[in-house]
Design a protein around this ligand. Structure first.
Ligand SMILES: C[S@@+](CC[C@H](N)C(=O)[O-])C[C@H]1O[C@@H](n2cnc3c(N)ncnc32)[C@H](O)[C@@H]1O
Length: 197
């Protein structure tokens, strides 16, 4: 799995540039606006650091990523964010240590999203927020198209086109506060909270 993104890393920024200009940049800004300021925040699957320009003022910002090649490109974009090579399914952080955890376009490619959500919940402080921008399985007939597409995208690039990410978050024990549907429901901005014990 990290090999897929190691391979894509040198061309990733160029590949997504047209989408950044048309809608992705705007959606990233909207997503990261949901983060608390002056807090300790963790990004999962930070990739080449496409979100760094949108980070709020932080007490501490940590960007984690499984692919060391993606991280090399991320390192060129920041001097102040702590970069950590880490698998979301086994995060190397203490329990209850972050005020918020976020990810953009990541849960579609995590092999075991339930394991990753369990880790996100573990490292998050009680009442902390999880903010996700994810492409998901849309409702209605389009959902079946995405089921079929997913067979191909998983085989080619480990990308699940039919993940029901808000449902997975809820099943993991997060309280889903809001789902903002974008692009016919193909993309969701999902806002969750870790319930206090
Ligand atoms: C489509 S890219 C998105 C990168 C970046 N978040 C963005 O919005 O441009 C998906 C990223 O998730 C990372 N990833 C996939 N599985 C992961 C895992 N189990 N733990 C951490 N990162 C993972 C990949 O290496 C890749 O960098």
């Amino acid at each position: 799995m990290p090999q897929t993104f190691d391979r894509i890393a040198p061309s990733y920024d160029k590949m997504i540039r047209p989408y950044e200009r048309r809608f992705l940049g705007r959606w990233r800004a909207e997503t990261l606006k949901e983060l608390p300021t002056d807090a300790i925040i963790l990004e999962i699957g930070a990739g080449t650091g496409a979100n760094f320009a949108y980070y709020p003022n932080c007490k501490q910002a940590v960007a984690s990523e499984i692919s060391c090649e993606m991280l090399k490109f991320a390192a060129e974009k920041t001097a102040s964010i702590d970069l950590v090579e880490a698998d979301a399914e086994g995060l190397p952080f203490a329990s209850d240590s972050f005020d918020a955890v976020f990810a953009t376009l990541v849960f579609c490619s995590i092999a075991d999203p339930a394991a990753a959500f369990a880790e996100v919940i573990r490292v998050l402080k009680p009442n902390g927020h999880v903010i996700l921008l994810e492409h998901v399985r849309p409702n209605g007939l389009l959902g079946y198209v995405f089921d079929a597409l997913s067979v191909l995208t998983v085989a080619v690039m480990d990308d699940h086109f039919n993940r029901r990410t808000a449902r997975l978050a809820e099943a993991a024990g997060l309280e889903v506060l809001e789902v903002r549907s974008k692009a016919l429901g193909i993309v969701n901005l999902i806002i969750c909270r870790k319930q206090a014990k």
